[in-house]
Design a protein around this ligand. Sequence first.
Ligand code: H79
Length: 427
Amino acid sequence: MRLEDLTVIKAAPTPGDTKWFQHDRFGMFIHWGLYALPARHEWVKNHERIPTEVYDKYFRHFDPDLYDPELWAKAADEAGMKYFVITTKHHEGFCLWDSAYTDYKSTNTPYGKDILTPMVDAFRARGLRTGFYHSLLDWHHPDYTVDACHPMRDNADYIAQDAGRDITKYVDYLHNQTEELLKKYDPVDIIWFDFSVGPNAKFAGKGKETWRSEELLEKIRKIAPNIIIDDRLQIDQDVKTPEQYMPDGWVKVNGVPVVWEGCHTFSGSWGYYRDEETWKSVDQLLKMLIDSVSMGGNLLLNVGPTGRGEFDERAYDRLRGMGQWMKRHSRSIYGCTQAPLEFECPRDCRYTYNPDKQRLYLHMYNWNFGKIKLTGEVCEHVEYIQLLSDASEMRYSYYPEQQVIDIPLPVKKPLGADIPVLEIFLK
Ligand code: H79
């Protein structure tokens, strides 16, 4: 078969510009808000049914004196991340920028300053693209009615007051703030809404009718026609967003492969969680990145900074570890996608493929003893093989009758190649 006749899957086209996004593959999610202070999950207000008057103590004590977004941007850049998505507002309703539409914002805390502007500046200065996560839910806004995901869902008095709440006023607020953000921080590359609430026996849901999603999408495209919009307004736009699970193949909608981005935490919580002990290892996180690209997707990996304004040491440890690998292996990530379907991938390995450069990347999750064997169609296309970490030649034997290539491996895995990658030049 000729190389150009092989089946390389492409995602269905979308309204926004996803070209850069599918090239860059790796981004940093940042969840930062008042919940950094309780330090036990960004849903703490919900999990512990905390009334707004009580939750207010975190607003009154928010003072991240060590906040230096240049350090954050440096950490993301050195990890190999190419874009970041910051929670402008999470479900708790607290705003990181100096919004004209609310007093519930960082400028009114003891910290007293706008948080978002210096962050956007710092990340842009390092060449990273800007994304805003914006919560559709709002557990602080006075007109936000109770639903199945609301902290006050068991509080009869609070629910009784719903009669006096006008959700359309909240949705106006949502639309106004979205427009405000897009104009103030133009050009915003991604807007990541979260999420539509399903109905249950007790409460109506909140979805595209409530959010007036179509109208909101129109307003967004008017300001930022090329922006990437996620799927959680309940109308699919540019990207599907599997959260905290790894798909088992290229994500499809109605059988059609689409642009997708998995979002994951280092631990289990998105907001800073001091006593959370389920941190993933660098090896595991790198494999999640490689797995995503091998299925044509992106990885958005989350950091939850502390109430002092820092990434904690566990996060730095993972970011540095990933950066060390990325420094020498990012060629198998950037510009790469799923390999041609005709290629059989050897056991314990993952392929990624750069269609422009016609290079195939074999990630070895296990350093085989003695040799690794390629079989089938791929063998007919191999022109040259090297170890990606140091560009050292990998000699091989080709047996055309059997369609087999044997690549001898040294007994010891070469230093600096923690997850070794063979770079295979195709012809
Ligand atoms: O921001 C991060 C999370 O806080 C947020 N999305 C990422 C990016 C998120 N977490 N969970 N969800 C979104 C959806 C969760 C819905 C549920 Fe429930 C919460 C299912 C069970 C508890 C609401 C309440 C629906 C049923 C009960």
